[in-house]
Each structure stands twice: as C-alpha cells, then as structure tokens.
Design a protein around this ligand. Sequence first.
Ligand code: PMP
Length: 439
Amino acid sequence: TPTSQTVRDRASAALLERARDVIPGGVNSPVRAFRAVGGTPRFIASASGPWLTDVDGNRYVDLICSWGPMILGHAHPDVLAAVQAAAVKGFSFGTPSENEVALAEEIVSRVAPLEQVRLVNSGTEATMSALRLARGATGRSAVVKFAGCYHGHVDPLLAAAGSGVATFALPDSAGVPASAAHETIVLPYNDIAALEAAFAEHGDRIACVITEASPGNMGVVPPAPGFTNALRRITTEYGALLISDEVMTGFRCSSAGWFGLEGEPEGGAPDLFTFGKVMGGGFPTAAFGGRADLMAQLAPDGPVYQAGTLSGNPVATAAGLATLRGCTPEVYARLDVVAHTIADAASAALAGHGVPHTVQWAGSMFSVFFTEGPVRNYQDAKAQDTAAFGRFFHSMLDSGVHLPPSSFEAWFVSASHDDAAVEHVLSALPAAAAAAAAA
Ligand code: PMP
C-alpha cells in the first residue's frame, strides 16, 4: 500500500476512524473507501471550480467531479444562485411545483425521442423504475444486461456490474435473491452473436435490454459500429423494449448525451432512457422517460406504480435546471479541449515509461485503461494492471490531482478546468507514469 510522505492526511485518517464507528467502512458509497488503491481516502472540506480542498488543507485538481455531475465545476455561481433562490422559498413541498415542469421541459427538449420524463432521486431509482415499466408494458419478466455495465444497485441489475462492483471483484451481491438474479441474462458487451443467441432461446420472455448508452462503468467502452443498431433490430423483432441508460453519458457526451452523438439507431430510438448525474447539478435528482404512450403506463394514469416523497424536489430541480442551461456549446468545447489535453499527456507520459495502456473515448468522456487496447468488453477491461494504476493514482494524489480511485472508471473533467488546473495535471503526469512503471 503506497503511503504518502509528502501529503498530510492526518485529519482525513482521523475522520475515517470516526466514520468507521458509525458508517460501514467509513463511507456511504464503497468506491470512496480507496480499497482498490489502498491508502486513506481524502475527506473533502470544500470545492470550488476544478479544485478540491481536503480537511488537511491539501488542494487537488478534481478529476472525479462527483462522478459526473459537476460538469460546470464546483459551486458554479449561476447554479449556486439558483439553489439559494430556490431554498429561501422552502425545501420540499410534496406537491407539484414549477421547477419540476421546467426541468422536465429542458430534458425533453434536448433529446428528440423523449416525450415525457418522470423525475426520481437517483440513477438507481431511474433504472429500477424503467425496468418495472418495461416489465409492466410487455407483461414479461426477463431482462438482458451486459457484463461491465452498471445501472445502480438494483437487485436484478447487479449481476456482473462494473464500477464499484468491478473494483471489488464481486460477481454479484449477497442479498440479491436467486429469484431476482434468475430473471437477468448477462451477455458480453459488443457481441451481436451472443445477443442473437440469447433472444433465440429466451426471446418470448425478455421484457427489455438495458444498456449503458456508451458504457463508462468498466472504463469507457463505446459501442462498436453497428452494435446499437443490432440492439434495436433484435429487441424490435422479439417485441422487447430497449432501455438506454444515459445516467453517465446524458448531457455530458453532448447536449443530448450519447444519443446526440450517435444519433437514432436504424429502426428507431430506444424506447426508454434514464438520466441522472449532470441533470441534477450535484443534487439528488434523476429521471427516466420515453414515448408518451409508454409513460402513460405509469401511475396515476396507468397500472405501473412508482413514487417518491422528494421526487422533483424544488432545490434539486433548480440546481439541475441551472446546470443544464449552463451547458452551452462553449462548455462542451472546453470539455473537449480539457479532456484531450489531459488524455494525450497521460498517454504520452505512460508511453514514455513503457506502461501498457490505452485511452478510449465517448465524446469528451474518456478513461485510461492500464492494458493494451482495444478494450471491447468487461473481459478485456479486467486484463488491466491494477497495481500499476494504484501506483499511478497515488503519485497523482501526492502531486495534487484526485483521480477516480479505481481503474474501472471514467476520468471526469469540467468546463471550469482552466489552463492553470490543466497545467497542474500535466506537471504531475511524468512522476506518476514513472511510479506506474516501477513495479
Ligand atoms: N446508471 C449508470 C450508467 C451510472 O453510471 C450510475 C452511477 N454511476 C447509475 C446508473 C446509478 O446512479 P446513482 O448512483 O445515482 O444511483
């Protein structure tokens, strides 16, 4: 376990000890515990623009960005103003309010096939609800998902999930009943033949295929040319629905997410979409949506039940709306520049030290795999040298750059990553590449 000589982590270590008494593992989401990379997770005291400040007073350029939501940077003035203006009017009503209508309109206006969305509180709730809707609408129960795709901690979708589940090398989770997992068919990503075979065998009981629009939870693995078309063709042929999970890609890959980049598949748009992260601007709000006839299956108009005390929360929706409105063409252009500058430099540094790696892209979303490419699926991603990544991660951390603490994650940038922040990242890379090389 690499431990830092240069960076003070005393206050973080003390907080972790306190946290462990009252919070399992000391964290409220497993990947935060640094188990894949070792060492002490940094407790963050504050954040502004591209910078995090921890409780020991260390500053880091943030390449996690809350795992995607902070696309404009931390505490962006426009978002902060919107949050403050909403908060003074009350925190939650449990009645309809205008902000939720405005946020739904903003989302629907960006992604052409969407006619309606329902707001929920997390990406997990969005995929859970979309799955229930697909099952309700088709009267079938099986679901196809792809190994390495993470759709939140929904029982039937946890099988062979990426992200934290990949980090922990858990094939599944304890506590998921066999009856829930039994209805899940897990296939290798980017494998049309496997998809055809699964439908040939189980097609009459498959309610839906759920896929990350462009997977980011095993690292970034975009769909191979023709794969999304095949998903659409085969689901249509068998009367199953296609759910495109854009929780990570939504409003990040482009103003219309991955859909905006790849366009409509041959044979029609996905039936349902899920969103989260960016659309909440750092607050707990997410959504699922699709065609109006399908969404009409939801209560109160239809038989599929779904609800939430805090759904459409006025403060969260204000933050989301301000964030989406702030996602201008200039913002996307800046994300592109920042992402490419950092990725190119990381690749050059690693190449300079002979560290096997490959960088993969979905728009400006990218990740650096510590293995030779191409990475087409979870199997390929698992070939990574996670120890080399751990050394790289800790060197970067010691130099004041906070990467995601796992090699199975995208690196997230924001439009607030200015030249000084980017320069800081670039200056940290040579030593980190050397550390990665030094087994
Ligand atoms: N789907 C995808 C594609 C995600 O990346 C995530 C979160 N990383 C989720 C669903 C779950 O979202 P949440 O963590 O908000 O429940």
